[in-house]
Design a binder for this molecule. Structure first.
Ligand SMILES: [Zn+2]
Length: 236
């Protein structure tokens, strides 16, 4: 019961902090540090945030000709800010529009090196939990909604289901998308840590593509994702 009350007050606290973030309330660094000290922190995990693609690899192209890599980076940077505000340790795989390859001459060699390097960053981070941010596309424009994929590692499926359910109930009501195992997704196949990949929406859908560019929608996405992460970490 005491444990439950502790979890409930933690969740309430998160909701309060997330609300402040969502409504754009400015908090000075000192205030943020003070809040972070007060949060009953779950420091067992370090969240590795992976903004998919970058640099020469722009990822998918949106219906208005924009690179997926930039959508991923904007959302990931907001995710990083919010998770810091909540007192979590994070590692960003990239913070600029760049790839992380270390070897290779051709585009495909660089792409292989880039993916291997992302796996290396996750695996060399102690107690890592991977959150990879991507966007979806489809030849037909009517499809929309977020979709979460998970690694085979312990805890990944549980986190993905929690995330998928929260995204559906808050941002995509009526969607019947389910979390799926990410077989064939290199990063999810290779990591040894728990990990999920969130396709935040479809860049091939005009309405969703426009929404995914707005700071308001990006903040909502980050709030939903971070609240689910906090719930997952508090219960695991
Ligand atoms: Zn992608």
């Amino acid at each position: 019961m005491r444990e439950r009350r502790k979890v409930e007050s933690t969740v309430l606290f998160y909701i309060m902090v997330v609300s402040l973030f969502l409504f754009g309330t400015f908090l000075g660094n000192k205030t943020v540090e003070t809040i972070a000290e007060m949060v009953p922190m779950e420091r067992l995990h370090r969240i590795v945030i992976d903004p998919g693609h970058g640099g020469e690899d722009g990822g998918a192209i949106s219906c208005t000709g924009k690179n997926e890599s930039n959508f991923n980076l904007q959302i990931a940077l907001r995710m990083n800010d919010l998770l810091h505000l909540l007192g979590y340790d994070t590692v960003m795989i990239r913070t600029t529009d760049s790839s992380v390859y270390t070897t290779g001459q051709t585009i495909s060699q660089k792409k292989v090196s880039d993916l291997k390097q992302r796996v290396r960053i996750v695996d060399r981070t102690p107690s890592a939990l991977l959150l990879s941010i991507h966007q979806n596309t489809f030849p037909e424009g009517q499809y929309s909604g977020a979709q979460v994929f998970y690694a085979k590692t312990d805890g990944s499926e549980e986190l993905a289901k929690l995330l998928q359910d929260s995204l559906v109930s808050t941002l995509n009501p009526g969607s019947n998308r389910k979390a799926k195992q990410g077989s064939g997704i290199y990063l999810l196949d290779k990591i040894n840590a728990p990990g999920v990949l969130v396709e935040c929406g479809f860049l091939s859908n005009h309405q969703e593509e426009a929404k995914l560019q707005t700071p308001e929608y990006q903040k909502k996405l980050c709030c939903v994702i971070s609240t689910s992460l906090a719930r997952f970490l508090a219960s695991s």
